[in-house]
Design a binder for this molecule. Structure first.
Ligand SMILES: Cc1cc2nc3c(=O)[nH]c(=O)nc-3n(C[C@H](O)[C@H](O)[C@H](O)COP(=O)(O)OP(=O)(O)OC[C@H]3O[C@@H](n4cnc5c(N)ncnc54)[C@H](O)[C@@H]3O)c2cc1C
Length: 411
């Protein structure tokens, strides 16, 4: 019996794989098979956003969207112009998944449940006659000049005209070995999106306290990020730290996650902080420094910072010496800590690294070296900060690769 030749095989049953398969099927016209190595589909979608699925971001312009990708950046612009956040929202809303935008721009299903997204994708795959094959791990893909030969770890072999690899990220290079045999270059995979461990921190007992806007920087480098900052029982977390971990991911990996940081608790310049303290001193000379938390810093944290600046209990603003004031400013804008290690952020992480973007055409995600071979989603060397950006790249590259595969089959 002749082996069936699928029009398109999609490897990986995650966000990118589903979008690629649905689009490649062209409303059921093409025969599409999706292979998933585990016995679960869309498992990351399920747990994403704390079970709510932060499906994309409210960002109408590609030029703005690309600012949120430490790897990918400008290269993603054309793709986002074709299928960006607006198109993603329309795609789900047209399929009866109402979405909502939160104050910080993150977009979630109105149901606050990732199951709405999963049900929509499963329904759409079924409507488009996408065949789903679970517990089917791809071990090797070769090309015989006409078709792709796909070998599973079970020993089974399959064939297709086009193949879209959406196997996601992985922190170990070994997971990419079968892909590198296709002749594409792979940047070393390492973790992105993590929190900082500060084992020697004297501030751990203040866990749970946060400031609304801090700057965290790594001295001697260009790495500096702002946003909310949370003191945890292991060190620091929240957007300022998570964003920094993503932008500096390669550098921090090279330093084995041991590096100094400077915290500016109020995200103000030294001059502005000094000016504000001097003005406060003029206006309220008799107020006790330790009891007068400024710059939206919680009072227990303020007291601790003032302590480190050498301010004593009964010291009033009028009593502050120039030396004390300078020390207080220093502690507010350049508070040093030593990071030693990392932990995951609410179990959310992505891989920095993967198939190099210069291996693919950026508007179709087709491999430059091999016609009919596509890569989409986190398997590519693309990662975003938190906020829905990682899914957005999965939807964009999944959609455009699936569409290109379907269009080229029609020729
Ligand atoms: C806990 C958590 C929460 C997250 N929350 C968010 C969020 O709210 N918003 C956001 O934008 N991003 C979030 N992310 C990141 C986001 O989930 C990923 O970037 C996105 O899922 C990537 O989609 P993908 O389809 O490329 O890969 P994946 O979702 O990882 O899917 C890849 C699939 O391929 C399968 N596979 C791998 N190798 C093979 C093989 N050889 N053969 C067959 N199948 C294979 C895997 O089993 C997997 O099912 C979160 C990540 C985590 C871990």
């Amino acid at each position: 019996m002749a082996t069936k030749i699928w029009d398109v095989i999609v490897v990986g049953g995650g966000a990118a794989g589903f979008f690629a398969a649905i689009e490649a099927s062209k409303s059921g016209e093409n025969q599409v098979l999706l292979l998933e190595k585990t016995n679960k589909l869309l498992s990351k979608v399920k747990v994403s956003g704390g079970g709510r699925c932060n499906v994309t971001h409210h960002c109408d312009y590609a030029s703005e969207l690309i600012q949120h990708y430490p790897r990918g950046g400008k290269s993603l612009r054309k793709g986002f112009e074709k299928f960006g956040c607006k198109e993603t929202r329309k795609w789900f809303e047209n399929r009866k998944v109402p979405l909502k935008v939160e104050a910080d721009g993150r977009v979630f299903p109105k149901s606050d449940s990732s199951q709405s997204i999963i049900s929509c994708l499963m329904d759409e795959a079924s409507k488009n006659d996408v065949q789903l094959k679970l517990q089917s791990e791809v071990a090797a893909v070769t090309n015989n000049g006409t078709n792709f030969l796909v070998k599973l770890t079970s020993g089974e072999s399959l064939q297709s005209q086009k193949i879209i690899i959406c196997s996601g990220g992985h922190p170990k290079s070994a997971a990419y070995q079968w892909i590198s045999k296709l002749g594409v270059n792979i940047s070393q995979p390492i973790p992105s999106l993590f929190t900082f461990k500060v084992p020697d921190s004297d501030y751990k007992d203040l866990m749970g306290l946060s400031v609304p806007n801090a700057w965290v920087q790594i001295p001697g480098t260009k790495w500096k990020q702002d946003g909310p900052l949370l003191i945890t029982h292991w060190g620091f977390s929240a957007p300022a730290v998570i964003k920094l971990s993503a932008w500096a991911a390669i550098d921090l990996h090279l330093r084995s996650y041991q590096f100094p940081i400077l915290i500016n608790w109020c995200r103000e310049t030294e001059e502005a902080v000094k000016g504000a303290l001097e003005e406060f001193k003029k206006q309220h000379p008799k107020k006790l420094v330790k009891k007068q938390a400024l710059f939206a810093i919680p009072s227990r944290l303020w007291e601790r910072i003032a302590n480190e600046a050498g301010i004593i209990e009964e010291q009033r603003f009028v009593d502050i010496s120039k030396k004390n004031l300078n020390k207080l400013v220093e502690m507010l804008v350049r508070h040093p800590f030593k990071v030693n290690g990392k932990t995951t952020f609410k179990e959310e992480f992505v891989t920095c690294g993967g198939v190099d973007l210069n291996e693919v055409h950026l508007q179709t995600f087709e491999c430059k070296k091999t016609e009919g071979l596509y890569f989409a989603g986190e398997v590519l060397n693309v990662d975003g900060v938190t906020g829905g950006f990682n899914f957005q790249h999965a939807w964009t590259s999944g959609y455009l690769s699936g569409k290109s595969a379907a269009d080229s089959l029609a020729k």
